[in-house]
Design a protein around this ligand. Structure first.
Ligand code: MF3
Ligand code: CO
Length: 257
């Protein structure tokens, strides 16, 4: 069952959302050629714990995973779609990096992700990131009370399909609240008018992930976590935590507002 949040709970979730936004901004600012993924992870951990938050991913074990997650953020580089575990890899010029992060503050969670290129940005990578963000924005715009979950899913998927990108099956967004993963699951493709009714108080993490090569396939690394494109092509990911309110969608994972 979906748990609807009160306006007071949504306010609390906004605190977690602001902290996640701040953490992602710090990680992005620190990203440069030669910086390691583990250094970015330590920075994220410092920002979250320094503000009195808890790093939600650390020790988290979702159903699909073989082990507890060992880090604060996911660092997914180039052909890694999502769930890249930070290691000693040092960023190189032109790398497309996706950073995913969640934090708990006062018992509530927020979850968000950004993608960007380190150093020289080529047109195909830029367009892939822009279209992934556009899909997230289309999903947010469809997150209106009285509409259906399938409206969000279709809005996201339409942008990916029109752009000619692949969309990995099985993974997508989710309800979020006291727990990072709550009901419902939000696919990145779907049909308008289908699925649950969107009611004020429903809070969703929307997270399009697109693959440049156009195939709807992925493989999982031997670590059981990282999803990779099957053709070695680039992937991008973008995510916000969004509350459905009487007045429409409210993005909780922004630095201000
Ligand atoms: N945003 C991702 C998701 O909702 C992040 C999960 S990473 C994990 O699946 F380590 F926490 F599992
Ligand atoms: Co998520």
């Amino acid at each position: 069952m979906e748990q609807l949040k009160t306006p007071a709970e949504i306010d609390l979730m906004r605190q977690a959302g602001r902290l996640v936004a701040k953490t992602l901004a710090a990680v992005r600012d620190a990203s440069g050629i030669g910086v390691s993924l583990l250094e970015l992870d330590s920075l994220a951990h410092e920002v979250i714990t320094g503000a009195g938050g808890r790093a939600t991913f650390l020790g988290y074990r979702p159903r699909f995973a073989p082990t507890a997650y060992p880090a604060t953020i996911c660092t997914s580089v180039n052909d890694v779609i999502v769930h890249g575990i930070p290691n000693d890899y040092r960023l190189r010029d032109g790398d497309l990096v996706s950073i995913d992060c969640a934090a708990h503050v006062d018992g509530y969670c927020a979850d968000s992700a950004i993608s960007y290129v380190v150093g020289t940005e080529h047109g195909a990578a830029r367009r892939l990131i822009e279209r992934t963000v556009a899909a997230l924005e289309a999903g947010i715009a469809a997150a209106q009370p009285g509409r259906h979950l399938g409206d969000i899913e279709a809005a996201i998927g339409r942008v990916g399909r029109r752009s000619g990108y692949g969309i990995p099956p099985d993974f997508g967004g989710h309800g979020v609240g006291r727990e990072m993963h709550e009901s419902p699951s939000v696919a990145n493709t779907g049909f308008p008018g289908t699925g649950i009714l969107l009611q004020p108080g429903l809070v969703l993490a929307l997270e399009p992930m697109f693959m440049l090569g156009g195939l709807d396939q992925y493989r999982v690394d031997p670590d059981g976590w990282a999803l990779r494109t099957i053709d070695g092509g680039l992937a991008a990911h973008a995510e916000h935590t969004v509350a459905i309110t009487e007045d429409g969608p409210l993005v909780l994972t922004l630095a201000a507002g």
